[in-house]
Design a binder for this molecule. Sequence first.
Ligand code: NDP
Length: 293
Amino acid sequence: MKLIKGEPIAEAVYEDCRREIAELQSAGVTPGLAVVLVGEDPASKAYVGAKDRKCQELGLHSVKIEKPESLSQAELIALIDELNADESIHGILVQMPLPDHLNEDEVIMRISPAKDVDGLHPVNVGKLAMEDPTGFAPCTPAGCQRMLIESELETEGKHVVIVGRSLLVGKTLALLMMAKGKGANSTVTVAHSRTKDLEEVTREADILVAAIGRPCFIGANHVKDGAVVIDVGINRVDDATKKRGYRLVGDVDFDAVADKCEAITPVPGGVGKMTIAMLMANTIRACRLAKGV
Ligand code: NDP
């Protein structure tokens, strides 16, 4: 069994980013990312902090905007309009989930598609479906695909079964994997909570992706011998032995499944490492497209 660790693959993406940033800077351009956080959610704060630190480490222009929970929809929309018009900003990410009184769909729709490095604007989802290379794929599915490519795991003609149909992960990963090209050309099945006989469906997978949000849900009976398993799940489970009182586990029961697999991603230390890396890569590409360099 091969363990597909996220860190070295993310590091290879960062290496490409550093090279591209140096190239752009010598042409007088610095890619810029604005990350907007509304409210005090600790997990969101941690994600935003990590994104900001990575930008600074790579030499990207980074703007971290923290707004109170009381921010109104109109104020948030006005902020997005400002960032859309700001020429030093090439990528905009609004950290989700937003507080309940804010309308996430309206916020996503307001971000200029050219700066939507999260890849959730309908224009970018449409471009993904149309295989238009000027679009942006959401970072987590793009990270899964990159892991398969860098691990030299064949995807062409393989049966990829994805459990989960969210736009953020499952549905967009399905579009990526069924597209023509490297790390794709797969036959894709998407399963979800209404799928009948899930174990039978997932046992058909050459490559099984779990994006469910249920700790250790995928067990040995879901996986055929020799499958590749990509675990997108990040779930907190109580653990009194840990200082913070919990530990992170995936959607896959790693210990039950690992021995059956040709390759598998761990949690933590797997797909989670890729998401920020792909955000940085998307921001640099947004900058190149905007500047025509
Ligand atoms: P969502 O809750 O939006 O989607 C979960 C999907 O799983 C839904 O399509 C749902 O089906 C399906 N599902 C739920 N229960 C079952 C079941 N019993 N059997 C089959 N399918 C089921 O979650 P996300 O897609 O946003 O995230 C999924 C996981 O990935 C989470 O653990 C999240 O934390 C993690 N994640 C990790 C990221 C990373 O950077 N590594 C980034 C984003 C997410 P239905 O549609 O029918 O309800």
